[in-house]
Design a protein around this ligand. Sequence first.
Ligand SMILES: Cc1cc2nc3c(=O)[nH]c(=O)nc-3n(C[C@H](O)[C@H](O)[C@H](O)COP(=O)(O)OP(=O)(O)OC[C@H]3O[C@@H](n4cnc5c(N)ncnc54)[C@H](O)[C@@H]3O)c2cc1C
Length: 377
Amino acid sequence: MTISSVLVIGGGIGGLSAAIALRQQGYETTVIERYPDMHASVFGVGIIQPANALRALDMIGCAQACIEAGYPAKQWGRMLDVDGNHRFDMPGIRIEGSTLPPLNGVTRPKLHEILTNRAEEVGVEIHYAAEFASLVENADSVTATLVDGREFTADILVGADGVRSKVRHHVLGHDMQTEYIGQSAFRVNIPLLPEIDCIILQGDDQGMAGYVPIGPDLAYMFYNAHMGTHERIPHDQLAPRLREYLARFGGLTARVRDEFITDDADIVLRPEESMGTPKPWHKGRVVLMGDAVHAITPHLGQGAAQAIEDGVVLADALAAHDVLENAFLEYTERRYERCKLVVDTSLAIGEWEMGRLPGFDNVAATNHVLDVMAQPL
Ligand SMILES: Cc1cc2nc3c(=O)[nH]c(=O)nc-3n(C[C@H](O)[C@H](O)[C@H](O)COP(=O)(O)OP(=O)(O)OC[C@H]3O[C@@H](n4cnc5c(N)ncnc54)[C@H](O)[C@@H]3O)c2cc1C
């Protein structure tokens, strides 16, 4: 069977990466995105890009632009205790044969701009304000219908529509949903302080504050707060509540708390959700990728990395096989265990931060994941 056209549902980090990789392999590629333009769906905070994310971005011609726009760091991270004393450094990984740094930090809007520009440069067609509603598989194609009634037909369809994926219903049924893990992530941009020259993690098994450099003069601070499923913080209480969570900290976090956690409007609070799904990740002519099939909590900064890797591997597998089923099987085979390790370890770190996994070695677990991520895709 010859595949010539691909419809990608979702123009997020994964969908755009997949679209570029597919187009580079010669497929006619169309992206369907529900938001009205490239900036509408993107929060103004930052994104961690470990070396494996940069390797995948390099394959689609976007790594250098991210490094130029962001903050390439000489090591992955550094651990501090609650009082702010240095505990140890975490060098992170290098990709064999490459000069990519172990970590880059970049703002989400900048990453989106880089991916979108590259997608347009290689000839991907992007439709905004286009909300996918349903799909039908025909004998030799698949047709997606949008909420406004428009129809798009292609040889295959890629579901890159994130944690609330509608495409997932078609492949895995309605029961497969993400679960709230008991933590919600506070995020706030702050000026780049001199000591934030890689990921800084400060805390213990009662909670970790973290810092990520994302530009020449910008960093973001995060805190994964233990919060009940139905607990809501009113918008005008975000800064005082975050300061409360950080009250026991000294050193860097005390300074950030007192100087920069002041304006509720600067703070983003998002519940953290997780989901691992069983194989297969495809049905007929439809295949899933990114958060739609493996929702990853932010503890390892690997969610976007895995979505980008999915896109690159999917395009590679499609180009390598004449039989579609074999291409999809190879794609899942190459992605499944790797993504499962990231989903499970991220969850375990969250459990440890909530005091539910005493004795868990979060540093050893992080280093193990990074070592596996350094292996070939
Ligand atoms: C607080 C937080 C911090 C994070 N920090 C990091 C980090 O530092 N590093 C990292 O690697 N990962 C991080 N992640 C995870 C990362 O953001 C996701 O894993 C990544 O964005 C997944 O990409 P995706 O393309 O699969 O999904 P998304 O980026 O969510 O994209 C899905 C797209 O599909 C569109 N869409 C949805 N439904 C439809 C529809 N019906 N029709 C048309 N379009 C639709 C959406 O508008 C969206 O543009 C973080 C996540 C959170 C919540």
